[in-house]
Design a protein around this ligand. Sequence first.
Ligand code: PRP
Ligand code: URA
Length: 209
Amino acid sequence: MDGVKVIDHPLVQHKLTIMRDRETSTASFRRLLREISTLLCYEVTRDLELTEVEIETPLQPMKAPILVGKKLVFASILRAGNGLLEGMLDLVPAARVAHIGIYRDHETLQPVEYYFKAPQDLSDRLTIVVDPMLATANSSIAAVTKLKERGARDIRFVCLLAAPEGIANFTAAHPDVPVFTAAIDDHLNEKGYIVPGLGDAGDRMYGTK
Ligand code: PRP
Ligand code: URA
């Protein structure tokens, strides 16, 4: 699929299987999401630009590679996005963070926005939007639209599970935003849940229902 990269690393797939299991505890679910997110982070940042700096090792001077440009931004779609955010920050601790409060109405499946806080200068930074679930894509489309309104131009979207319907909707709305996902599942059910999926990611992360 154009603009979509499936990260089929064996460790990602193994951990994802445990997360899908209904018997997996809240504590394990959270830990696995954090672990997987470091692996997803590795892939989504694979092509970041480098420059060279002069340093001195204990043995001799050398030119060594270092990331160039402004610190990148991770934009977490609350709540469940925070599960991916933590592992991303483990790998890129100097990143800036945007929080986007959106939940989807259970009846209409339309996004309800309740919070937005982001760094001012989004136009100069790569923005990586994180949310474990891309179902209808209504939430992620709204989040990316908001980030673009606030100036973001270079955006990537990372999730754990995507539905084919959600990918089609998302890429139609934001064809310039590549999607990175650990798996593309079979379909959405009549309630907008990803099947086979893993259930409600936020509820499983935080033990709510
Ligand atoms: C979940 C998930 C996404 C959204 C995906 O959040 O984390 O944000 O649903 O569904 P969509 O693609 O159909 O919009 P939810 O609305 O359950 O909020 P929560 O993270 O606060 O639990
Ligand atoms: N949000 C979730 O948390 N899970 C789904 O399957 C769909 C939307």
